[in-house]
Write a protein that binds this ligand. Structure first.
Ligand code: S3P
Length: 460
């Protein structure tokens, strides 16, 4: 593919259109930014605690900044870190949030919106939530239905989409709720509403999802119990109205962000890459297990625990990959990683069949469709079903040479830039600006490891 002006004076971080060209080698040592899920939760629990919370390694991405601004609007004192230093939050205490005098704009972040709707539902305040065009398309009934049972009420658009008014209750009632979809966001929204609710609030999940809320609630002093039920289901309960105590939270590097350089390294023969202090909570590592099954030389070294979360250094070497079947029950532990797995699958030998992907259709974009369309444009043979994706790899990197539509989705953008590091022709993405939501400095970090990701000056 030809593009008129490759590298330009446009700073890579601010660029919309980005071009990734193949490079012969990739590797080194790096630390990717802090975990997004844990960063949101640290700010929210810090705001609900008494005293000061110190957060080290907070992800300073746009999604988390929206949560920080919302917590300040709800009455917490949020002091940003300087030069990557710790952030501090002085909380209002459980039940102590105040009615904000502005609309809470959650930007692109489903986690920020859904968890905070849960938090404010059990406060006697009214809040107005909105987001960007991507977030305002995403389903919210999955949180408003159980929260209505706890006593909150909502005024929103059809399907419960944002913009949405949340009228919190001053008499919240505890519920027992079985999740109809495997969603840590829904589980967390209910548990966080349960914090300011007298009695015990219980969420039953058939397929266990990420448990960062549970771990961090305990870290702040709440009583959270889990009970194993038949067929692998779990009942998670929080005892309401505890006093949360401000504390120190060390945020691990995000395994979902580490996935991008990790896959880029795997695709380069001879590559050696170490990613330090990555969160390896078993509810998040489905991608790494899948890559190992595909033949990846990928190891977790130096395992340790930081603020209740398991952490390790990821050591990755370039590997010949083969296609595998990814079972549907693995989806909750790798839900955000299917786009980048599909890039690995496109270069693997044989077919990778991914099942149980219905939730991918309601992420920042319809990721199943965006991945299938983008890979097809890059010359890869794919079959997309309502809840499945088959990628037919040839054992060699694909042609590339396409301009990928990213639909306001950071992970679609980063996945195709990873593919461009090996494809025969460069891969261009239409809009890299959303990468800032989860992985500020992505292009610079990747280029520091040997990638060639450049801004395209589309105005020339
Ligand atoms: C998240 C849960 C997942 C994930 C999202 C972050 C969280 O969403 O896709 O990026 O922090 O709880 P669902 O719980 O809706 O699957």
């Amino acid at each position: 593919m030809s593009h008129s002006s490759p590298a330009s004076a446009v700073p890579v971080g601010a660029a919309r259109s980005l071009c990734s060209s193949s490079v012969a080698t990739f590797g080194g040592r790096a630390r990717v930014p802090g975990d997004k899920s844990i960063s949101h939760r640290a700010l929210m629990l810090g705001a609900l605690a008494v005293g000061e919370t110190e957060i080290l390694g907070l992800l300073e991405g746009d999604d988390v900044r929206h949560t920080a601004a919302a917590m300040a609007a709800l009455g917490a004192l949020v002091i940003p870190g300087t030069d990557g230093g710790p952030w501090r939050v002085r909380g209002a205490g459980v039940g102590g949030l105040v009615e904000p005098d502005r609309i809470l704009d959650m930007g692109n972040s489903g986690t920020a919106a859904r968890l905070l709707i849960g938090v404010v539902s059990s406060h006697p305040i009214t809040c107005f939530f909105t987001g960007d065009a991507s977030l305002n398309r995403r389903p919210m009934a999955r949180v408003t239905a159980p929260l209505e049972r706890m006593g909150a009420s909502f005024v929103g658009r059809a399907g419960g989409r944002l913009p949405l008014a949340v009228i919190g209750t001053d008499h919240p009632v505890p519920i027992e709720y079985r999740l109809p979809v495997a969603s840590a966001q829904v589980k967390s929204a209910i548990l966080l509403a349960g914090l300011n609710t007298p009695g015990v609030t219980t969420v039953i999940e058939t397929h266990p999802t990420r448990d960062h809320s549970e771990l961090m609630l305990r870290h702040f002093g709440a009583t959270v119990t889990t009970e194993s039920l038949p067929q692998g289901a779990l009942a998670v309960s929080v005892t309401g109205q505890p006093e949360l105590v401000g504390c120190r939270v060390q945020v691990p590097a995000d395994p979902s962000s580490a996935a991008f350089p990790a896959v880029a390294a795997l695709l380069h023969p001879g590559a050696a890459l170490t990613l330090t202090a990555v969160g390896v909570n078993p509810r998040r590592t489905g991608l790494y297990q899948t890559l190992q099954e595909m033949g990846a030389d990928l190891r977790f070294e130096n395992p340790r625990t930081e603020a209740g979360e398991p952490v390790a250094d990821l050591v990755i070497r370039g590997s010949a990959l083969r296609g595998v079947d990814v079972p549907p029950e693995r989806a909750p532990s790798m839900i955000d990683e299917y786009p980048v797995l599909a890039m690995a699958a496109a270069c693997a030998h044989g077919t990778t069949r991914m099942f149980g992907l219905a939730e991918l259709r309601v992420k920042e974009s319809d990721r199943l469709a965006m991945v299938a369309d983008g890979l097809t444009a890059c010359g890869v043979s794919v079959e997309a079903g309502p809840e499945s994706l088959f990628v037919h790899g040839t054992g060699r990197p694909p042609q590339g040479g396409a301009r990928i539509v990213t639909a306001m989705d950071h992970r679609i953008a980063m996945s195709f830039l990873v593919l461009g590091t090996v494809s025969s022709e460069p891969v261009v993405i239409d809009d890299g600006s959303f990468i800032e939501t989860s992985f500020p400095g992505f292009a610079a970090l990747m280029n520091g490891l040997g990638a060639r990701i450049e801004a395209l000056d589309t105005h020339r």
